[in-house]
Design a protein around this ligand. Structure first.
Ligand SMILES: [Zn+2]
Length: 282
């Protein structure tokens, strides 16, 4: 446990990049071998806008990193935050810390993005992908990257997270997001079993269905417990899933970087099957 903490305490940027690139490469290859859907798409052409948005996410997180480190240094120096107050054994500190970072920094951020029209217009870009695969994981508009960064800072503040915990959490988050977006098929019983602990591929795909109320379910990122606990867990048969957002059906627009960058600043289009601002609980 000590060695894991020491590693993440001083993890070089090159290793963080390697985790991201290694994860995408691993799941990308797996998608050739055991695809969930046999998409009629050009895999590299589809990946390009998603890789572009992954790069903008990296640049934004790198540019703002000092704020995250400052928050972490402050909570540790002032013994502030849940894990600082609890003083649990190291393994339990890691587990509780990562779980609450996941709750506040990912689940809550995601839930709020679906409930607030202004934030939804940025998060929308993630949902407009009509062919969800491992490259979709970090398809975030730069505005959403900033929004998520701010939630991560709040999470670090509440948790009292030291730097090693943030690095551990972010590494897990990157790989598990690539895993649950990957266009891969696992035996149903395996998917079901792991979905009791972490967000499984089949579980997250429901969130990418193009119609409400399914879009407003399964918000989880690492742990599935938050959806089960807060009543946002849903199941759907894979064969019934249609990726995208019903009111944004144009596949060409949905893969055009320029149009996607402008999308949050254009008019809101209500869902086809619900009146008014539909990204509320049905
Ligand atoms: Zn979403």
């Amino acid at each position: 446990m000590e060695s894991i903490i020491n590693y993440f305490e001083t993890i070089p940027s090159s290793h963080r990049s390697l985790i991201l690139i290694g994860g995408i490469t691993f799941f990308w290859l797996l998608e050739y071998g055991v695809p969930l859907f046999k998409f009629d798409y050009k895999k590299f052409k589809h990946a390009w806008p998603n890789i572009f948005f992954t790069l903008t996410t990296i640049v934004i997180n790198f540019g703002l990193a000092a704020i995250l480190f400052f928050t972490s240094e402050w909570v540790v120096n002032h013994n502030f935050g849940i894990v600082q107050w609890l003083e649990l054994p190291l393994w339990a500190t890691a587990l509780v810390g990562v779980a609450i970072l996941d709750l506040v920094g990912a689940y809550t951020a995601h839930w709020v993005e679906h409930r607030t029209k202004f934030l939804w217009m940025f998060h929308l870009i993630h949902h407009t992908d009509n062919h969800v695969d491992t490259t979709t994981a970090n398809r975030h508009h730069p505005g959403e990257s900033v929004i998520r960064f701010l939630f991560t800072c709040v999470a670090v503040f509440i948790v009292g997270a030291p730097v090693w915990m943030i690095m551990l959490y972010q590494s897990l988050s990157v790989v598990l997001s690539q895993f649950n977006h990957a266009n891969i098929k696992m035996p149903k019983w395996v998917d079901n079993a792991i979905s009791w602990v972490i967000v499984s591929p089949d579980m997250h795909k429901v969130h990418h269905h193009n119609l409400l109320p399914y879009t407003d379910t399964n918000y989880g990122n690492i742990f599935s417990i938050w959806d089960r606990l807060f009543g946002t867990f849903a199941k759907m048969r894979n064969e019934d899933i249609v990726y995208g957002v019903d009111s944004y059906p144009d596949i060409n627009d949905n893969s055009n970087i320029g149009k996607l960058l402008k999308l949050p600043f254009q008019g809101y289009r209500p869902p086809t099957n619900a009146p008014g601002f539909g990204h509320k609980k049905q």
